[in-house]
Design a protein around this ligand. Sequence first.
Ligand code: BG6
Length: 495
Amino acid sequence: SVDPHTLVIFGASGDLAQRKLIPAVFDLYRGGYLPEKFALLGASRTNMTDEEFRDKVVFNNEHFDRKDCTDEQVAAYAEVLFYQDLASYDGEKDINNLGKRLKKLDKDHGVGSNYIFYLSTPPSLYSTIPPALAKAGLNQTKDGWSRLIVEKPFGYDLATAKQLNEDIQRYFEEDTIYRIDHYLGKETVQNLLVTRFANGFFEPLWNRNYIQSVQITAAETVGVGTRGGYYDGSGALRDMVQNHLLQVLAHVAMEPPIRADAKSIRGEKLKLFQSLRSIKRADVRNHVIRAQYTEGRTKGGDVVSYRDAEGVPEKSNTETYVGMKFFIDNWRWAGVPFFVRTGKCLPLKLTEVVITFKNPPQAIFSEFDNYAMSSDNRLIIRIQPDEGMALEFGMKVPGEGFRVKNVDMDFFYRDLTSNDVPDAYTRLLLDCMKGDPTLYARGDSVEAAWDFVEPILQAWKANEVPLFSYPAGTWGPLQSDALWSGVGDGWRNPS
Ligand code: BG6
C-alpha cells in the first residue's frame, strides 16, 4: 500500500519528465497503484500556470501513451498535476514558497506531509537542493516522511561521488535516498535473480567449475544525436558501464542473498563490487579498449562521425565504445573472464548476457555441423528487446553416425503475460512510493563501482592508451576482439 503523498519533480519542464516520469506516473494512476490522495507538483524555472503545465506534459506530450485509456482518465490524471515555478532551484525564498505550496496542497487535497523530491535537474544541483530543502524543514517532516530520488549521473568519478554522498547524507538518511539506475527497473534485469535463485538447476552450474566465460553487451544503433554536449563530458564508460552494466553484472554474479529484501540484496551487490579485481593503470591498455565511431551507415541511415556531431568538439577524445575484460576475485568466480562492452552506432539495439559453459571433458563425437569442434553450451539472456532467454546445446542429427548440431530452447517473456512489460521508471517510482529501495543503488555500492573504473578513467585522461575508431554500423573496433585471445569463444555479434 502507498501512503498519501506529493511527488515533487525538480526539472519538470525537462526532457526526462516529459518522456518518462509523467507518463510513468500515469501508468501507476490508471493501474490503480496511486493512493486516493496524491499530487504531483512539477517545479522548474519555466514560468507556467498549472494549466499550462498540464497542457505541456499531458495533453500536448507526444510521449504520453493514450493507448487503452479514455479521455476521461487522462483528464482526471491531469487534475492531480500542479506546477510551481522557481527563480532558482536552491534559493531560500523559492524553497520556502515551495514549502507553502506543499502545505496548501495538503489543505486543499488532503495529501498529507509525505514528500518525494525527484531531482531531475542538471547534476550540479544535486548537492545544493538537499540543504535548501533542509533549511525549509522539508527533509524531515514531523508527521510524515520525506524521500529523495537522485537521477544519474551520480558523480563524475570516485572523488565527486564520495563528495556527493557526503553532501546528501548530511540532510537525508541513507534509507531515504533513492539513487536511480533505470536498468534495475527493467523486468529482465530483476529476472536474472529469479532465474538463478528460484531454480534448482542453474545455480549448481553457476560458477568457475562449469562456466568458461561471461559476456555482457549493451549495443545501441543510435549515435549521440543532439546529446553531444552532455555525452562528450561523459563517454561510454561513465554513461553505461559504471552504472547500468555493473548493476547487470552484479545480478549475474553476486552470491545468493539470504532474503529478497533491500538489505540482503544490496549487501551482496556491495560484496561483489568489492571483489572486482582492480585493473592496474599500466594494464588498462590490455584490458580495456576505447573507441569512437566514424561516419558510416546504421539502421537509422547515414551517420556523421562522432566528432562532427552537434555539440561535440572537433578533437574530442571521448569514447563512444568500450569493451573490457576483467576478473572477479572470489571463491565462485576465480579465473573466469568477464567481458563487458557497450557502444553507440552499432548494428543492433540489444542488451544481453551470454553465459558460456565449459565443454564436456572428453570429445567423443567428431562430426559437428558448421565445422564446430564441440557444441556450444550457452545461455543467452536477452535483457532487451525480444526479452527472454535461449539455451543452446548439441543434439544428434537424425540419420547415420553421430552428427551433432547446435539447437536452442527459446523462451520469450511476452509468453508469460499478455500485459505490456512495465516501463522501468513505472516500477521504480512505485517502489519509492512504497518506501522500498531494493532496486535503487546504495551509496557504498556506487562508490565501489566508481572505484573499479577509476584507474581506467585516469589512464584515459592521461592519454596512456590509444583511442581506436570504428565505422558507424559495425560491431566496434577490431582491437576489441583481441581481448578474447586465449579464451575461445568471442563476442557474440548477432545479425
Ligand atoms: C542512459 C544513457 O542512461 O541509458 C543513454 O545516458 C543510453 O546514453 C540509455 O542511450 C540506454 O538505456 P536503454 O534503456 O535504452 O538501454
